[in-house]
Design a protein around this ligand. Sequence first.
Ligand code: NAD
Length: 442
Amino acid sequence: MNIAIIGTGYVGLVTGVCFAEFGLHVTAVDKDAERIDRLAKGELPIHEPRLAEMLCRNLKEDRIHFTTDVVRAVRQSLVVFIAVGTPSREDGAADLRYVEEVARTIAHNLDGYKVVVIKSTVPVGTGRWVEQIIREEHANGNGNRCVFDMASNPEFLREGAAVEDFLRPNRVVIGADSPQAVAILQDLYRPLYLIETPFVIASIEAAELIKYSSNAFLATKISFMNEMANLCDTLGIDVHVVAKAMGLDQRIGSKFLHPGPGFGGSCFPKDTLALARLARSHDTPVRLVETVIEVNEAQRARMVTKIVRALGLDDSASLEGTILGILGLAFKPDTDDVRESPALAIVEELRRRGAHIQAYDPAAMEQARAVLPDIVYRPDAYSAAEECDAVVLITEWNQFRNLDLSRLKNLMRRPILVDLRNAYEPERVKALGLTYQGVGRG
Ligand code: NAD
């Protein structure tokens, strides 16, 4: 079966390569010609574990092709996935301009039955809107009979574990009215039946909401735990003991109970905003989600205060003359994605207050440089620590979990470790002669 994936970002690329791995013939399209050139040569434009080898294998075996020619890709495919970005607009709503652009192109190139699937995260009602655009645009064009089915197939992969998540998902959600479209999509995912992956078949609208409510719920867990950590800081209690005991309750579950600098990335911040905005526009505010967004914003500011206090300064003191070593810029480990990264927000604020920043990230320095050109980038964790007044660990890459702390201390001007991911045990760090500050460690 021939399928097309439009948009080769984190989601489109992983989807395309994994479907090729399932044995399908995939045409992956992007309007970014440089990206397509690199992909066609087997070069990954993103950092994502396991993806490079799968990309090369499927290119070699001729199951995946990269092109900027969306017209051809649509014409030769039975299923067309839309996987373009849906960033936040100024007012918090999802910006659907790329989805609309693709919908119009598809409309002009329907020359036989197709299933048009939205994989991008889109507000409830978008599937119907796209369906209508395609019908109207097609009618205004060549006037052939317009035969297609609309479907929603939201994606739940996590950057940094995207291949694993696609190949072994917790569930696959298919939203469609047409039994034929459902059957075709189930067929695409056939290898997952062997591992007994649950399939949820829903309406298009329900599928759209499932994605937003899942992300908002996870974001809620994070913000909840961050508030508990802040309370633990005040009360002198170790939040890890609290989280562990909470997580042993199966109704709660142990995942996403880890406090830190707040959630970031290209999904949770924009999806919580879009859900809150959608709910308000339907006169049914989701106040809990609105508060989760506020708590997350406040957490970033709180982390800056934590760093300032660790330096022994007043909350509003200037940081002129202070050198800070920053470990981690990506919004999470194992990715180079810095979109809405808490690290960037924190670094920006520290810079604004006068600190000199020297940072290191194993994969995201090029991306960070585009946003923060005037900080110093260092080639490893130890050189980022040289002559620093404090080292601040913001992204918990594995290589930061087991640093030689004595070596780190000897390189620093003042031995202060601010660990915003609680990667270290406070007592161990203190025993080595460093001052330690974690999140909610009492
Ligand atoms: P991305 O920004 O990394 O990639 C989007 C790609 O679409 C870009 O390469 C862009 O050039 C391309 N594009 C835009 N308009 C195009 C057009 N008209 N024709 C062809 N290509 C076009 O985005 P992403 O992170 O892959 O996210 C895509 C969607 O998936 C979003 O809605 C996002 O919310 C959702 N999602 C993302 C993740 C994630 O972890 N990144 C997880 C689940 C869902």
